[in-house]
Design a protein around this ligand. Structure first.
Ligand code: ACO
Length: 329
C-alpha cells in the first residue's frame, strides 16, 4: 500500500452520437446565425444523443474502445470513475450502471461531479489511488449529455453545448512516463454563475420549477468567460511549476473545448503555435466532462503524440472549478 509508482494512460477511446446539429439547424431554432456563433465561439456543429441514449450509453462506447486499446478485458478492471453532471439518474450512479453494462464485476465504481473539469479531477483521483497500490488499474471517463439539460429556446446557451464521451485506462507505466503533476481548484463563491437550480434537495423538481425552466443550465457567459481566461492561465503556470517544466517543454496542449477565444488567449499566454494545440470545438462544441478526453483521444488517434512527449491538459467549469495536468506520453 505504500509504494509510489508511475501511473499513466495505457488505453483510450471516445464516442460521439451520430446526430449532428449544425449552426444552420440552430438558426431554425433560435434567433442566431452562423457568423455570430463561429466568430464568438468557434463552434460549427455539435453531436446530440439519440432519445434512447443516456450518458452511460455514451460512456459505454468510449469505455469499450479504451479497454480494447489497453488490451484489457472488463473483468480485469479494479476501479471505474465517471465524471459527469448529466448522470443517467441521481442514483444508482452512472459508474455503477456502466460497471454492470461492461461486466466489470471486480471494479469499485463511483461518479464524480466537477462539471467540465471533472475528467481531470477523475484522473487525479484515480492516479492517487493507483500510485499507492490501492488499485492496479482504473477506467476514467468524462461523459455528458448536456443536450438533456439545455434550453433550446435560449440562444445564450443552446448554441454552445454538445454530447459525447471520452475514456482512458490508467495503469503503471515505465519510470519517466505518466503523470508528473496535477493542479485542481475550486471557487465555490462563483457557483451561481453556472448552475442547474432545480431537482436537488434545495429546490426539488415541481411544476413551478419546470415552468420557470430551472431544470435547464443557467449561465452568465461573460463572467464565466473572465473566470476561464484567468484560471486557464494560472492553472497552466502552476501545473508546469509542480512538474518542474517550462512552457517551452510542452509538446501538445489539450485545453477544454468551450470557446475558441478562451483557447486562443491561453495559447498566447503560453506562446504556443497552433500546431501544438488540439482544437475540435468546431466539431463537438462544449461537451463538458467529455471535452478534454475527446480532444486527447482524437489527437492520439491522429498520431499527434509520440512516446516521451509532454502533454498539458487544462480545463475549467461549473462549481466553479478548474483542473490541469502534465503528463509524459
Ligand atoms: N446568437 C446571436 N446573438 C447572441 C447569441 C446567439 N447565439 N447569444 C447571445 N447573443 C447576443 C447577446 O444577447 C448579446 O446581445 P446584447 O448585447 O444585445 O445583449 C450579444 O450577443 C453579446 O453577448 P455577450 O454575452 O457579450 O457575448 P460574448 O462575446 O461574451 O459571447 C459567450 C458569449 C459565447 C457565451 C461567451 O461569453 C462564453 O463563451 N462564455 C464562457 C462560456 C463557457 O466557457 N462555459 C463553460 C462552462 S460550461 C460547463 O461547465 C457545463
Amino acid at each position: 500500500m505504500n509504494t509510489i509508482r508511475p501511473i499513466g494512460i495505457i488505453g483510450y477511446g471516445k464516442y460521439v452520437p451520430e446526430r449532428i446539429l449544425t449552426n444552420a439547424d440552430m438558426e431554425k431554432m433560435v434567433e442566431t446565425n452562423d457568423e455570430w456563433i463561429v466568430s464568438r465561439t468557434g463552434i460549427r456543429e455539435r453531436h446530440i444523443a439519440a432519445p434512447e441514449q443516456a450518458t452511460s450509453d455514451l460512456a459505454y462506447e468510449a469505455a469499450v474502445q479504451a479497454l480494447k486499446t489497453a488490451g484489457m478485458s472488463a473483468e480485469d478492471l479494479e476501479l471505474i470513475i465517471v465524471a459527469t453532471i448529466t448522470p443517467d439518474t441521481f442514483f444508482p450512479s452512472t459508474a455503477c450502471i456502466l460497471q454492470d453494462k461492461l461486466g466489470a464485476k471486480k471494479a469499485a465504481a463511483f461518479d464524480l461531479s466537477a462539471a467540465c473539469s471533472g475528467f481531470v479531477y477523475g484522473m487525479a483521483t484515480a492516479n492517487g489511488m493507483l500510485q499507492t497500490g490501492m488499485y492496479n488499474n482504473a477506467l476514467v471517463i468524462g461523459a455528458d449529455a448536456l443536450s438533456r439539460i439545455t434550453d433550446y429556446t435560449d440562444r445564450n446557451t443552446c448554441v454552445l453545448f454538445g454530447d459525447g464521451a471520452g475514456a482512458v485506462v490508467l495503469g503503471e507505466v515505465s519510470p519517466g512516463r505518466g503523470f508528473l503533476s496535477f493542479d485542481l481548484g475550486a471557487e465555490g463563491s462563483g457557483g451561481s454563475l453556472l448552475k442547474l437550480e432545480a431537482g436537488g434537495s434545495r429546490l426539488p423538481a415541481s411544476e413551478e420549477t419546470i415552468q420557470d425552466k430551472k431544470h435547464y443550465i443557467y449561465m452568465n457567459g461573460r463572467e464565466v468567460f473572465k473566470f476561464a481566461v484567468r484560471v486557464m492561465g494560472t492553472a497552466t503556470e502552476e501545473v508546469l511549476r509542480k512538474a518542474g517544466k517550462g512552457k517551452e517543454d510542452i509538446d501538445l496542449f489539450v485545453p477544454h473545448q468551450a470557446n475558441i477565444r478562451i483557447i486562443q488567449s491561453a495559447m498566447q499566454r503560453l506562446d504556443l503555435p497552433e500546431e501544438k494545440c488540439v482544437i475540435n470545438v468546431d466539431k463537438y462544441a462544449n461537451t463538458s466532462a467529455a471535452s478534454i478526453p475527446l480532444a486527447l483521444v482524437e489527437a492520439a488517434e491522429e498520431g499527434r503524440m509520440k512516446e516521451g512527449d509532454t502533454i498539458l491538459l487544462v480545463g475549467f467549469g461549473g462549481g466553479l472549478t478548474w483542473g490541469a495536468s502534465v503528463l509524459v506520453w
